[in-house]
Design a protein around this ligand. Structure first.
Ligand SMILES: Nc1nc2c([nH]c(=O)n2[C@H]2C[C@H](O)[C@@H](COP(=O)(O)OP(=O)(O)OP(=O)(O)O)O2)c(=O)[nH]1
Length: 131
């Protein structure tokens, strides 16, 4: 089982979803993230991926939810709420949308993330007010 981490980046009462411009899921929106490297802690992987993919330093990380699915390979996905006051840059994505959990699935978004988005909806009133 491949371990994958992703981050729901919260800024100004909105969450970031980003469109992949590479690989078999090109054109899909996602929470930025990627595979955990051997011996790496999940939160360290998340901080590294957010730096590599968005060029931001994460100031606070909070566990949100997890799921399992299979696309190119079976994977276990852990999602964290992420907080940073830096502006993300487009490096591996070709579109950014700042949205709210109710509108994430208005766009093509990974079906594996349904449970993560439901968890985000539950905490949203607290998260968006206590950034
Ligand atoms: N980053 C990210 N990946 C997700 C999400 N939902 C979801 O099913 N995935 C899947 C897509 C991939 O099958 C898997 C791993 O993500 P990844 O970004 O490392 O994908 P990849 O295999 O193209 O990575 P790479 O080889 O280019 O490093 O997780 C999500 O919200 N964010």
């Amino acid at each position: 089982m491949i371990e994958v981490v992703c981050g729901a980046l919260i800024q100004q009462g909105q969450v970031l979803i980003a469109r992949r411009n590479y690989g078999s899921a090109k054109g899909m929106y996602e929470f930025p993230g990627g595979k955990v490297e051997k011996g790496e802690a999940k939160t360290a992987a998340l901080i590294r991926e957010m730096k590599e993919e968005l060029d931001i330093d994460i100031q606070k990380v909070q566990y949100l939810a997890e799921s399992e699915d299979q696309q190119d390979y079976p994977f276990h996905l852990t999602c964290f709420l992420c907080f940073s006051d830096q502006v993300p840059k487009m490096i591996v994505h070709d579109d950014f949308i700042w949205t709210t959990p109710d509108h994430i699935y208005d766009r093509p978004f990974f079906k594996s993330d349904v449970g993560l988005v439901e968890a985000l909806k539950k905490v949203w009133p607290y998260v968006s007010q206590n950034e």
